[in-house]
Design a protein. Structure first.
Length: 259
């Protein structure tokens, strides 16, 4: 069995007249809750929009926050992230490198191992997403090398399908038929995990489960819930997901509100 938490969209630096203090407090609260669990997690996954403006100061704050966790932290960039500062502060890489931030990480858990293909779906300067040709070629190679005997997750920020939230769907991941073609060659992928939606959502893509983590900084109101104060609800508490993969390779997801 392999068990891990999944969070997204902490948007450090997001300023609602408080200098970003609210976003930082919510992110810290979520990580503090995870650190305070009496049981163990094999990892914590953060699917993008770590910074709100992509500044060095925001990534310095992120490095301190994420580095203080007792868990193994995995992450990929979102559309609000900036590749150079992200790479330098969080991965110790070259701040002048503007190429996609793609990484494959194998995590050894208490009862088994899992591989995470962490893909960069961002397009610099834009809100929508796309996996470029180099990223898809890299992903194809990673998936071909992973054994079918352990969980395998493909992770990115932008969902590749509509989730029927009017605010997010216009800036989802496009060119998704190219991703589907890669996944069709590797049916042993356990699931696809993303963020960007600011609402928990479960659907399917290319015959695989697709789970979008709730947003930490805010929650998206769906069209039928009304938009009296705009599409984003900033009053609801942050949420997170727990994913469990059993020995048969079946994924189960639980969502929790963080008080």
């Amino acid at each position: 069995m392999f068990t891990f938490a999944h969070i997204s969209d902490i948007h450090l630096g997001y300023d609602r007249g408080d200098g970003g203090a609210r976003a930082a407090e919510r992110a810290a609260r979520v990580l503090r809750t995870l650190d305070g669990l009496p049981g163990e997690l094999d990892a914590v996954l953060l699917t993008g929009d770590i910074a709100d403006h992509g500044t060095d100061a925001e990534y310095a704050e992120a490095a301190a926050l994420l580095g203080a966790s007792r868990h193994r932290l995995l992450h990929c960039p979102g559309n609000h992230d900036a590749r150079g500062p992200y790479r330098a502060a969080l991965l110790g890489g070259d701040p002048q490198d503007g190429s996609p931030v793609n990484r494959a990480v194998r995590v050894r858990g208490a009862e088994g191992s899992a591989t995470f293909a962490l893909c960069d779906s961002s397009i610099p300067g834009r809100g929508d997403g796309r996996l470029d040709d180099a990223t898809l070629a890299w992903l194809d190679g990673v998936l071909a090398q992973v054994t079918r005997a352990e969980p395998l997750f493909v992770c990115f920020h932008h969902p590749p399908v509509p989730l029927y939230g009017q605010y997010v769907d216009p800036v989802r991941q496009f060119g998704e038929e190219r991703l589907a073609a890669v996944l069709d060659r590797h049916p042993h992928v356990t699931a696809l995990l993303c963020g960007h939606s600011h609402t928990p959502a479960v659907t399917g893509f290319a015959g695989l489960p697709l789970v979008a983590a709730p947003g930490v900084v805010s929650t998206l109101r769906m069209p039928w819930e009304g938009e009296a104060d705009g599409p984003m609800d900033h009053a609801l508490p942050p949420m997170l997901a727990f994913h469990v993969v059993d020995d048969a390779g079946r994924l189960t997801t639980h969502f929790r509100v963080v008080p």
